[in-house]
Design a protein around this ligand. Sequence first.
Ligand code: HEC
Ligand code: HEC
Length: 344
Amino acid sequence: MNNKNLMGAVVAVMMLSSMPVFAGWEALPEVAPAPEDNPTTDAKVTLGKMLFMDPRFSSTGTVSCNSCHNVMEGGDDSRTFSMGVHGKTGGRNAPTVWNSAFHSVQFWDGRADLLEDQAKGPVTNPVEMGVTEIEQAMDKVRAIPGYAPYFDEAFGKDSMTVVNAAKAVAAFERTLITPDSPYDKYVKGDKKAMTAQQVSGMETFAATGCTSCHSGAAFNGPKMEFGQGFYTKFPTFADNGYNKKYDLSADKGREEATGKVADAHMFRVPTLRNITDTAPYFHNGSVNDLTEAVSVMAKTQLNKDLSDKEVKDIVAFLGALTGPYPEIVMPRLPATSGYSLVVD
Ligand code: HEC
Ligand code: HEC
């Protein structure tokens, strides 16, 4: 081979090795999408943050949205199963509210279309906030005089309704986004934003096939209309030790929401944004460690056994999807003067 041909071969090999295995890397948008009937405004966000932080609408006066979705941290509660009123626990792990605005359906099984629909659920959930009727919680909001001006500002006069309260909470949640992670910087062209191990992990993540489900800017699958979910079976490959060890097949997933046998064990593909900050993992919070969660995924979803190095590299890459979080200042909540609303 003469020098010219050798050069040609070297260039060809370089091109091959730098050829991306996956071309769909996307940065997170700087603004979260909102439905047409609830554009995000500062006034709604201010009110929504107050309602999100206020525990007085739970039956015991002890549980707020933030109790289980601590936005001063990873947007979850670090527990296997969340603890609601009277120390009661449910059967699913609390997902993070950070970047939940980028999900086209809400909950592990996608049973709510929009953040607006989702926000009403926890209030009347017997093990979460424990109120019998949602209007009872709203009566409490209406009984706190200091809330009225915030509703006026956000929605106009006489606007203290459940629908508007939910809209405000959803508007606040749409500000809980982290578009400036090392990965986002990297994808936008700052090649120094990720470490060599993270870059290697990014390639392994794609080469292993994780991107067949965890694609898109939030790593939760292809972009879809609100109300359309991207679901896959979990575990897809059930004949392995992990399934038994972590009891992955006990929960029927979407079948529990739709009643359809075809939806058995179907789960919405969750975001991997800030995943380093949201252990324990999976719908049943059964895996406490991200390294183990990656091995479980490779086996249960792709029937692959990864080497230690591959797992470590993927975990390093997942670290590049974390933060930075916008600063959140705890709001002052309006008091009731001379009496308490909590009568549990
Ligand atoms: C007692 C704990 C608890 C409280 C209180 C609570 N949540 Fe949750 N939240 C959960 C759990 C558990 C899930 C997952 C349930 C499921 O998927 O079946 C969840 C799911 C969600 C989701 C869906 C996220 C996703 O990725 O699908 C959002 C958004 C959310 N909650 C917001 C709220 C808001 C807003 C409030 C207050 C009105 C609230 N939560 C109160 C525990 C709680
Ligand atoms: C066939 C689709 C599919 C593939 C392929 C896949 N995942 Fe997942 N992933 C899911 C689903 C669905 C869940 C939610 C599981 C549940 O219900 O607990 C999930 C959950 C996760 C979680 C836990 C999320 C949380 O908040 O607890 C991590 C971490 C994860 N996947 C990483 C990976 C990695 C790394 C790969 C490649 C080795 C991968 N996934 C491949 C569908 C997939």
